[in-house]
Design a protein around this ligand. Structure first.
Ligand code: MGD
Ligand code: MGD
Ligand code: MO
Length: 764
């Protein structure tokens, strides 16, 4: 018998085809004009050998080896029954809470989880830990932590990042030049957080070019966008933008009326551009050796910006680097000098090349989401300061003008994320990860995180439960019907947490006396009411569930960012101290941070091609988002597996760099620096700049000797190489993109990939 069930993943809505109780395919949704190839991975992943079949506990943990001992990851796991597992976890929460306080329970649990908004594992965990007394959480996110912290100082809020951003339709109509710092890789446009239908990045870029917009990609990678490619050295965009600003200033091309009316502090930037204090003019001749872009190219680009209606955009990647505040701040300053901010299709924007749904019209109604509970502990760390928190209990640090203290972490509880995917400098994390007494993880699969836990609870995948998909950047609400029964002994995160809350006497505080079906109705109806308040009628829950989706009509026209402010800056002040765009921020200057002073500056990162370290590690590693999966998700799916070279993650390199090292396409290579090493499969392409190599994130960390920090990752996870340092004391965001490496042929016997199979377990 064949059944067809509407369903969704972060990489798109689909129909689950079920034959005799078994998922056979994920068929793209009819209304999706460019379905993601990642749908092809779902069936293989759901039945992958790496599914966790029952609860497990680490052998040493059960025997009493809890804190500060040997690093986790190298031991066997013993099978447990569910009752015992739930009792152990509840007992640990109660014990740590009583002995050390709620802040010693780290429940930040950063990660994307899956698309369904009710069974969103991280959100469910937060609700459970809030109900049981509190936890330490995480502020901001890995995507744009630094931008999120910086932008309120500069333009008053974070709408320029979270959206709505400048519409593609306005760019096509009103802009003639679009300079994309970070370029555009269409693979990134496959994804909406929460699932979506409209995959429009490629179509929009192509239509913009056809409409006469000249597209310029500034990126170490060519990407797929049509138009010109300026292959910049990574982490040097601020120098390029400063030099463009210099040209605008000295050639009297800057819009001084705009600067005077809408901004503060341009004089300080102008003095810096001319080198008043440091004697260095930030001229194209100055920027050329830093950026690798010729002076005449910089001059011509600056003049074109002044001559043509221009929009300047940046990918989020630019701020995931040391001093990542600077390119975002300088982009705003450059756009202000061009005077286009607040006019249709002009000004500055972030993220058009980063993720699906940026710059496409959507009526601003809240997406479907699970409401939170107040966290009584009120303890948080900036998202990417995880390792430092573990290394340095009670230690002080700076963040955004405040002096904060790390908690003393005794228990880590993670559900719906994967720090052994997402965090930088995994060998350093592995050492710090030995310190807490207990680590609990919920996962459907034996991911690297699950392998480094003490108590592992198997979660269902979305296909095994009913849910609702909904993204803040897409117009569709998606019914996710349960398609297959839970695999093995897996259970829904919600029901696991409800049982833990039960042992701790707070089941009803956690569930609010609702079951799954009631929750789905409540969540949907909240969005339906919000739509009604905006004058939009959508189907009631039953009709929505039956139809499988609801479409929220696009608005007839969309607001132009900053247009109200530009129309009347006195009546529509920005939420900055001056009410205007702050090219100089007195508030930031007042923090006294040398790594993020009062206006945008060029500051050399520790690791980039111009750094002294490049003598030893002459290649800049860019670890971008994978086109073949979502982060670490679906690495065990067919699309990702088929892309590997000799089983290793592909590393892209320019043919000249390969020749210099005597390497050939298809070679297995060792990528290394002082922090770690991994193997990768070599791919040669002229689409990466010389001196740059690209290794996507997400190949599951597979150490040759599990539990040994520094051990070679035989599979190709770039985070054994990346730097774990805050962007600055202001943003404290992740700095993954500032990373130097060297590459050599492996030439020895190839160690097997073990990470897609379960670790050693004892089932008795
Ligand atoms: N070097 C480098 N590192 C990076 C980046 C980079 O550019 N370079 N980018 C960063 C960015 S922007 C991000 S957003 C992060 C992403 O980092 P993460 O969001 O942590 O990565 P995911 O692999 O999506 O992790 C989600 C996990 O949830 C699990 N999961 C899915 N569904 C369920 C469920 O129902 N229940 C439970 N319990 N678990 C479930 C999945 O199996 C998966 O392991 O990575 C960051 N890391
Ligand atoms: N298929 C797929 N799509 C995804 C994701 C995924 O895992 N898989 N993840 C999603 C998530 S969580 C996020 S946050 C977004 C992230 O979106 P981004 O942060 O924008 O994505 P990245 O892929 O890291 O980088 C985008 C581009 O920036 C360029 N770049 C990197 N460093 C520099 C630099 O120093 N200067 C310049 N000029 N360019 C640079 C890279 O070459 C790349 O072309 O992607 C989303 N989309
Ligand atoms: Mo992200």
């Amino acid at each position: 018998m064949k059944e067809f069930k509407p369903h969704a993943a972060h990489w798109g809505a689909f129909t689950a085809v079920v034959e005799d109780g078994r998922l056979s395919a994920a068929r793209p949704f009819d209304l999706d004009c460019a379905p993601s190839k990642l749908l092809g991975s779902i069936a293989a992943a759901v039945y992958a050998p790496s599914r966790i079949d029952r609860p497990y506990v680490r052998e040493g943990w059960l025997a009493g080896d809890r804190a500060g001992g040997t690093p986790r990851g190298g031991e066997r796991f013993l099978a447990l029954d569910w009752d015992r597992a739930v009792a152990l976890v509840a007992g640990e929460i109660a014990r740590v809470h009583e002995m050390h306080g709620a802040a010693s329970i780290f429940g930040g649990s950063y990660g994307w989880s899956s698309a369904g908004r009710f069974h969103h594992a991280r959100q469910q965990l937060h609700r459970m830990l809030s109900a049981t007394g509190g936890y330490t959480g995480q502020l901001t996110n890995y995507s744009y932590a630094t931008g999120m912290t910086l932008m309120p100082h500069i333009v008053g809020d974070i709408a320029c990042i979270t959206g709505p951003v400048i519409q593609w339709a306005d760019i096509m109509r009103h802009a003639r030049l679009m300079i994309c710092f970070g370029g555009m890789r269409y693979g990134n446009g496959q994804v909406h957080s929460g699932g979506g239908v409209e995959h429009l990045m490629q179509g929009s870029a192509e239509r913009a070019q056809a409409a006469g917009v000249r597209l310029v990609s500034v990126s170490p990678l060519r990407g797929e966008a049509p138009g010109e490619w300026l292959p910049i050295r990574p982490c040097t965009d601020t120098a390029l933008m400063l030099a463009m600003a210099y040209v605008l200033l000295v050639e009297n091309l800057a819009d001084h009326d705009f600067l005077a009316r809408y901004t503060v502090g341009f004089d300080r930037l102008a003095a810096y551009l001319q080198g008043d204090a440091d004697g260095i003019a930030k001229s194209p001749a100055w920027a050329a050796p830093i950026t690798g872009i010729a002076p005449d190219v910089i001059v011509a680009l600056a003049r074109d910006c002044a001559r043509l209606p221009t929009v300047v955009t940046a990918t989020w990647a630019l701020q995931r680097a040391e001093y990542g505040e600077q390119p975002f701040w300088m982009l705003v300053a450059l756009a202000a000098m061009l005077g286009g901010i607040g006019k249709p299709g002009r000004g500055f924007a972030f993220g058009h090349g980063s993720i699906a749904g940026m710059g496409t019209p959507r009526t601003e109604v809240p997406s479907v989401s699970l409401p939170g509970l107040r966290n009584p502990a009120e303890s948080v760390i900036p998202v990417a300061r995880l390792t430092e928190m573990l290394e340095n209990p009670h230690g002080e640090y700076d963040y955004n003008g405040r002096r904060l203290r790390y908690p003393d972490t005794r228990l880590i509880y993670w559900a719906g994320g994967n720090p052994f995917h997402h965090h930088q400098d995994l060998n350093r994390l592995l050492r710090a990860w030995a310190k807490p007494e207990t680590i609990v993880v919920h996962e459907p699969w034996w991911t690297p995180l699950a392998r480094h836990a003490d108590i592992v609870l198997p979660a269902t995948t979305t296909l095994e439960r009913d849910d609702i998909g909904s993204s803040a950047r897409d117009r569709y609400i998606l019914a996710m019907h349960r398609a297959i029964p839970p695999q093995g002994g897996a259970r829904d995160d919600f029901s696991i947490f409800a049982d833990i809350a039960d042992v701790l006497g707070v089941r009803e505080r956690f569930t609010e006396q609702r079951d799954v079906a009631t929750w789905l109705r409540v969540m949907y109806e909240r969005t339906r009411s919000a739509c009604a308040r905006t004058g939009i009628e959508i189907a009631d829950f039953d009709r929505f569930w039956e139809a499988g989706f609801v479409e929220i009509p696009a608005p007839a026209s969309s607001d132009v960012p900053y247009s109200a402010f530009v129309r009347d800056p006195a009546a529509n002040r920005l939420n900055t101290p001056s009410g205007r765009i702050e090219i100089f921020s007195g508030r930031i200057a007042g923090f006294g941070y040398d790594d993020c002073p009062g206006h945008p500056i060029w500051k050399e990162p520790r690791e980039y091609l111009g750094a002294p370290l490049a003598q030893r590690f002459p290649l800049h590693l860019v670890s971008v988002q994978p086109a073949t999966r979502l982060h670490g998700q679906m690495d065990q799916g067919s699309v990702s597996l088929e892309s590997k070279i000799a089983g290793r993650e592909p590393l892209s390199m320019h043919p000249e760099d390969a020749q210099r090292r005597g390497l050939a396409a298809g070679d297995v290579v060792r990528v290394f620096n002082d922090r770690g090493a991994c193997l990768a499969g070599l791919m040669l392409t002229e689409d990466v700049r010389r001196g740059v190599v690209m290794l996507s994130t997400g190949a599951w960390f597979d150490p040759l000797e599990p539990g040994k920090p520094g051990s070679l990752c035989v599979h190709g996870n770039p985070n054994v190489l990346t730097q774990d340092v805050g962007t600055s004391r202001l943003g404290q965001g992740p700095s993954a993109h500032s990373c130097l490496v060297e590459v050599e042929r492996w030439g020895r016997e190839l160690p097997p990939i073990k990470v897609h199979r379960p670790p050693p377990v004892i089932t008795l």
